[in-house]
Structure formats: structure tokens, C-alpha cells
Design a protein around this ligand. Structure first.
Ligand SMILES: CC(=O)SCCNC(=O)CCNC(=O)[C@H](O)C(C)(C)COP(=O)(O)OP(=O)(O)OC[C@H]1O[C@@H](n2cnc3c(N)ncnc32)[C@H](O)[C@@H]1OP(=O)(O)O
Ligand SMILES: CCCC(=O)O
Length: 445
């Protein structure tokens, strides 16, 4: 059978696809931008026919009509590998749960630990070789496809076709059913504006960077702002090896800062596993040989990323404590985001020859009541999740300075980290450090 004959024989409607779901099933949605739209809407129409089914996804960017139809969990539980604002809202409403994940390991989880009944992902239309491309959201898809009982592709003509690497698409032979979706626009996440705090932090990180460094930027406003500042610097020959590609990578390329010419691995290309930004980014990665989409167990593997010389990893955090523990994903036990690839890149940045890992955070945070709180704390807020253990943390940077935790004693860490806290909180932090027995008489106040 030709590819087009196979296509026709596998094509069904979203309603027909949704009817294949049974109560109790585990349904995995494509990661981030690849989550299905028409299928999700059709699943919502199943109403009370379904009970105790489970939707699994990550970095949710589209509201789920299926879950929102009944947030009590009677029809579906919502399970996310990485929380966004939407996941936080779902969790606050009821049956939505975080799935602890170190991102580099995710393909193995779905191969070994989490069965999948139905996998549905958006992808670009089939090409003349019979491939559907989801390189914009490569992640762990190859693993889910290998184990899912049913694989359904929802075609979206707006999807870019992204070069790999590998794992960036699926051949029609492996597809059970095809839905032609509604070709809805991809979600956009515009970069946050650059604040004075971002500028002060970027200035310190930039002072530690040299020509030819290979850059990873984490999720969140601050890493993207730093990327924009790197684009405005005079650095040259930078490389990109990251998990998430965001608009600032386009800025770094277009400003002539990034060409990947000094990378030994994927020379002349930015390696990444998923994209999230604006249409500017989606147009940039479309058919562009400068980018290479890979599964996350390649991009985030410390054995892979750690072999890249001069790897500079820049990630954000919610809190850092005086021991050097980093919480980047929760506020007490309330899940904000996830471990994602942060620990992967903190480890890889240190392993890399000439590498550096930076945890960048504003020294303070304004809570919902408008109170200013220190992000540098005696201990992580009770119930808070440790994303990076103290022995893995390297540089911590605030607008007040930078401290390298590696090799430092408990009292040196207390002194160094209090030294980069907001001045308003330093006396209180010293008193707490004394009470915890990690403040030495000779420490500078
Ligand atoms: C992607 C790669 O290449 S790999 C590695 C990257 N991955 C990671 O670093 C994983 C963990 N990090 C993250 O998820 C992000 O960087 C974050 C969460 C630390 C920051 O992300 P941002 O989108 O910039 O966060 P933002 O400032 O908008 O805050 C998000 C939420 O956290 C809350 N929050 C932020 N800081 C605090 C704090 N100190 N205490 C309590 N809540 C806080 C905010 O109020 C907001 O909640 P709401 O939207 O429900 O009101
Ligand atoms: C899992 C995707 C985002 C991250 O690594 O934080």
C-alpha cells in the first residue's frame, strides 16, 4: 500500500478516536505544544460514559476541555510531568497531580513504569516519505510510542517541520489512526520584560562567560531574560545545547552571537528537546538545519551534555537555603512547576570541562498579600521540594552577588549565601544561622 493509501485507511474523526477510550485507560497527550486539541474536545463530549480514566501530560499550554468538564476526578484524573499555571489551577480545583520526574529519565519511565493505553499527539502533516513530524516536542515520545497500545496522530498544518537529531517524528507504519485536527494556532509564551534585577544578575553571569561557551537556558522568565542579555553582549561563537528552546535562542543567533562552530557535539546546530515561545521561534525552527531536535534522554543526559566543553547552564529557583539546597519547583508542598531538567543540567554543567552551572534568582519575592519575602532562607520552606541537593549546587546568583557553593563548608556557605541575600534580611538570616550552628565567629556580617 502506498503512503497515501495507508493514510486514507487510517484516517478517522476525532469523535471516533475519542470513542476508543475506555474507563480506566491511561491516555498520554503529546508533550507541551503537541497536546491534542480536537481529540481532547471530542473526549469532553463523552460525558459520563467514562469513569476513572487518566490523562497524563506535561508543560500544559492548552486548557483541557476533557478534564475541565469534570474536575472532581470522576471521569479523569489529570497527571502532569511538569506543572504550568494551568496545571496549578487544575490541582487547586481537585483531581490533578504532579508526577515526580527527572526529565532525562522520562523515556525510561514510560517504557518501564507507566503503561499507556492511548497516545495522542499533534504533528505536522505526513511528508512524502510517510513521516509525521513532532520535532517541536520530541521529549519522550519515542518511548510512549514503543509501548502504547494505540497511537493516534492529530495533524496540524501549522506545526513546523523540525530537523533531528532523532525521535522527532513517526512513520505511518507505526501509526494506528490519524485525525485531521482544526489547525489551531500553537500556544505562545512571550518573553518576560527584562527587569533591573535581571540586568544585575546577567552582568555577573556574562562576566563569567567566554567566547565559544555552549549555553543551556532553563524555563521561566529569568533564564530567557538572560538569553536576551547574552544576545546584546559581544560574546561570539556560542553554542546551544538545551532542553527547552525559547525565543532568546533566536535572538542569540540573529545577533550573531551563536553559531555552534566550536561545539564538538552537534557542531553548528542547537540541540534541544522541546520548544516553547512565540511564533518567531516556531518560524525559526521550521525546516532550519541549524536546529536539531532530540529525545530528552539525549539532550539532558549528563553523559551527553556533560561531555560538551564549556557548558554554561542557567536556571531559576524559587528558594535557596543556607546549606545550598535549591527548591525550584514548589512553595512548601504546593507544586509550582517541576524538577524538569534542572538537576540534569546542574550536574552536566559541573561535569563539563570548563563548565559552569548558575542558579539565578531575585533575592526577594512579593507574596500575594504584597509582602516582600527573602528567597534566601535558613531552610527551604517546610514541605518544599529539594530540586538540587546541596552537594550538586554550584553558582548561586542574585542581584547582590554570586557565590560558588562547591567545596565550601557549612559556615562558608552560610556566610556566602547571606552575603548575596537582600540586605534587609541579612541580620535575621545570621541569627538563624547561629541558631542552626552554621555560623562561625569569624564570619563577615
Ligand atoms: C528547560 C531546560 O532547559 S532545563 C531546566 C529548567 N527547569 C527548571 O529549572 C525547573 C524548575 N524551574 C521552573 O520551573 C521555573 O524556572 C520557576 C518556577 C522557578 C520560575 O518560573 P517563572 O515562570 O519565571 O515563575 P513565576 O515567577 O511566573 O512564578 C510562578 C509561580 O510561582 C510562584 N512563586 C514564585 N516564587 C515563589 C516563592 N518564592 N514562594 C512562593 N511562590 C512563588 C508565583 O507566585 C507563581 O504562582 P501563580 O502563577 O500560581 O501565582
Ligand atoms: C519539563 C520541562 C521544563 C523543565 O525542564 O523545567
Amino acid at each position: 500500500m502506498s503512503f497515501s493509501e495507508q493514510y486514507r485507511s487510517k484516517r478517522i474523526t476525532a469523535t471516533e478516536a475519542a470513542r476508543m477510550v475506555k474507563s480506566g485507560d491511561w491516555i498520554e497527550y503529546g508533550f507541551c505544544l503537541a497536546a491534542p486539541r480536537a481529540f481532547d474536545a471530542a473526549l469532553a463530549e463523552r460525558g459520563d460514559e467514562l469513569s476513572n480514566a487518566h490523562i497524563r501530560t506535561g508543560v500544559t499550554v492548552y486548557p483541557s476541555l476533557a478534564f475541565e468538564a469534570d474536575t472532581t476526578g470522576g471521569r479523569f484524573t489529570w497527571n502532569s510531568w511538569h506543572f504550568t499555571g494551568l496545571d496549578r489551577r487544575y490541582a487547586a480545583q481537585g483531581a490533578a497531580y504532579y508526577i515526580p520526574m527527572r526529565f532525562a529519565e522520562l523515556p525510561r519511565y514510560v517504557l518501564e513504569n507507566q503503561p499507556t493505553d492511548v497516545f495522542v499527539t499533534q504533528a505536522a502533516p505526513m511528508d512524502r516519505h510517510g513521516f509525521f513530524n513532532f520535532g517541536i516536542s520530541n521529549s519522550h515520545h519515542y518511548g510512549v510510542i514503543a509501548r502504547a497500545k494505540k497511537v493516534i496522530i492529530e495533524v496540524n498544518e501549522r506545526f513546523p517541520r523540525v530537523h533531528g537529531g532523532h525521535g522527532h517524528g513517526i512513520h505511518i507504519d507505526q501509526v494506528d489512526h490519524i485525525i485531521e485536527g482544526d489547525n489551531l494556532p500553537l500556544a505562545e509564551l512571550p518573553p518576560a520584560s527584562i527587569s533591573d534585577v535581571d540586568r544585575a544578575i546577567a552582568a555577573q553571569v556574562l562576566a563569567k562567560m567566554t567566547d565559544g561557551d555552549c549555553v543551556q537556558l532553563g524555563i521561566g522568565g529569568m533564564p530567557n531574560a538572560l538569553g536576551q542579555m547574552i544576545a546584546q553582549s559581544d560574546l561570539k561563537d556560542l553554542g546551544g545545547h538545551t532542553e527547552m528552546i525559547a525565543d532568546s535562542f533566536v535572538d542569540m543567533f540573529q545577533a550573531g552571537r551563536m553559531n555552534g562552530s566550536r561545539k564538538a557535539l552537534d557542531r553548528g546546530r542547537i540541540a534541544f528537546t522541546f520548544a516553547l515561545g512565540t511564533q518567531k521561534l516556531y518560524d525559526f525552527i521550521d525546516e532550519n538545519p541549524f536546529v536539531a531536535s532530540y529525545p530528552v534522554d539525549y539532550t539532558n543526559s549528563t553523559e551527553v551534555a556533560g561531555t560538551i566543553d564549556n557548558l554554561v547552564t542557567i536556571n531559576n529557583a524559587v528558594e535557596v537555603d543556607l546549606f545550598g539546597q535549591v527548591c525550584a519547583e514548589s512553595s512548601g508542598p504546593r507544586q509550582i512547576s517541576g524538577t524538569g531538567g534542572q538537576l540534569d543540567f546542574v550536574l552536566a554543567g559541573y561535569r563539563s570541562k570548563g563548565g559552569r552551572s548558575f542558579i539565578c534568582l531575585s533575592s526577594t519575592y512579593r507574596d500575594k498579600a504584597g509582602n516582600i519575602k527573602s528567597r534566601i532562607l535558613p531552610t527551604i520552606t517546610p514541605g518544599g521540594i529539594i530540586t538540587d541537593t546541596r552537594s550538586t549546587t554550584m553558582y548561586v546568583v542574585t542581584e547582590y552577588g554570586m557565590f560558588n557553593c562547591k567545596g565550601q563548608t557549612a559556615w562558608q556557605r552560610a556566610e556566602g549565601l547571606i552575603g548575596i541575600a537582600h540586605p534587609q534580611f541579612r541580620e535575621e538570616l545570621i541569627a538563624q544561622a547561629e541558631a542552626m550552628g552554621i555560623w562561625r565567629r569569624s564570619n563577615k556580617r
